[in-house]
Design a protein. Sequence first.
Length: 277
Amino acid sequence: MGLPILILGYSGSGKSASMRNFGADEITLINVNGKQLPFRTQFTNTVCSDQYPETKACMQQQKHKVIVIDDTQYLMANEFMRRAKETGYQKFTDIGKNFWELVKLTEALPPDVIVYFLNHIDTDEDGRQKAKTIGKLLDEKITVEGMFTTVLKTVVQDGQYLFATQTDGRDTCKSPIGLFDTMYIDNDLKYVDSALRQYYRFQPEILCDSCGKAVRAVKNKTAADIAAGTQKTYGKKLCWECACKAMKQRKEQTNANAQTVSDGTGAAGQSVVAGRA
């Protein structure tokens, strides 16, 4: 079964912007409201639709392993507005059922397909934050966040755009144990995607040439980024911990060599001094 991931956030807090590091042909984007993206990249496989049949068909085509729906709250809101003049509760039942079926559709996708549901956030009178929905069916009978193992929230701190990975007690953020090593990570959906694929072993692990352990994504660096960077710098693929050790050792060696030359000690230093004498 595919993997659904929920990304919550207020308007302007970085939900759409988190896609910025994906290449133009790396994802399928379902642009619900057809809005312009807040960065220059134009994804080649983009579908603009707020209709469930088109959204489901796009997901089932599986042109990419990454599918982003931006944003899912408008699937519900736009359906509500189209049926605003209808009386009774049937429209609310339909709205809730349609969204529930969309999330459940992910289960029919291959296991290495990840679907990101970008959704607005709502704050109740007690200050608790949750996914913004329409009607009571999804809130009282389902609880949207309960359908997702990972729920991230966009956060802005001192001008820095981040994802919250765990709850602060007032929201519904959560992520599996060991997926992320910090409460906050960079607002980068490509990094999140890489971390998820490594965590669930959707892609082959890269092993550290020093300790033999798997190279893990750290901060805003994917495992592939770390492996490639250390291969170029140290001539071998290293995990983050071994890379830090190697960097420390190189710095210490550089300082020691500089001190040797400065003191005139060692074979090279002695020959220079002797030459001057």
